[in-house]
Design a binder for this molecule. Structure first.
Ligand code: 4NP
Length: 164
């Protein structure tokens, strides 16, 4: 099992969007049994809340269902539990690095480092902006999800295939 945790600030806009999109990509690849996915926020403001209505609406227009997701805060146990802990922006990254035990620090990185188009970028916070911000988030996380899936697939493949 490979475990992926998407992290943003509130866990109601960007990281649940990434969770919903990556779930769909993993399901389409037939890998739902070997890749588990979750999301969390660095802040505690939206614990137990459903994703922002604008995030749900934008995702729904592309066929992703975020309705069942609920906000939670990152916990120290997550650093041991997950294999990939993927921050949406540099502020999330710094918050995670500050909490993460040294032995797990290699798991924490920017999600867009897996993107082919936005490798050195952050997923911008859409909370205080308009609907187009949520579509931009979707474009970014769809692209990075494809790259992440390729990396995980290659790792799984290496384990299954015996070395010559
Ligand atoms: P997120 O967006 O980190 O993508 O979930 C935000 C959600 C809520 C707030 C900020 C960002 N807030 O200030 O409540």
């Amino acid at each position: 099992m490979r475990k992926v945790l998407f992290v943003c600030l509130g866990n109601i806009c960007r990281s649940p969007t990434a969770e919903g999109v990556f779930r769909a990509q993993v399901a389409a690849a037939g890998l739902s049994d070997v890749i588990s996915i979750d999301s969390a926020g660095t802040a505690a403001w939206h614990i137990g809340k459903a994703p922002d209505q604008r995030a749900q609406a934008a995702a729904s227009r592309r066929g992703y269902d975020l309705t069942e997701l609920r906000g939670r805060q990152v916990a120290v146990a997550d650093f041991g539990e997950f294999d990939f802990i993927l921050a949406m922006d540099r502020s999330n990254l710094a918050d995670l690095q500050a909490q993460c035990p040294a032995e797990h620090r290699h798991k924490v990185r920017l999600f867009l480092s897996f993107s082919s188009q936005w490798q050195d970028h952050e997923v911008p916070d859409p909370y205080y902006g308009g609907a187009e911000g949520f579509d931009h988030v979707l474009n970014m996380v769809e692209d990075a999800g494809i790259g992440l899936l390729e990396v995980i697939r290659a790792r799984i493949g290496q384990e299954i295939r015996p070395k010559a």
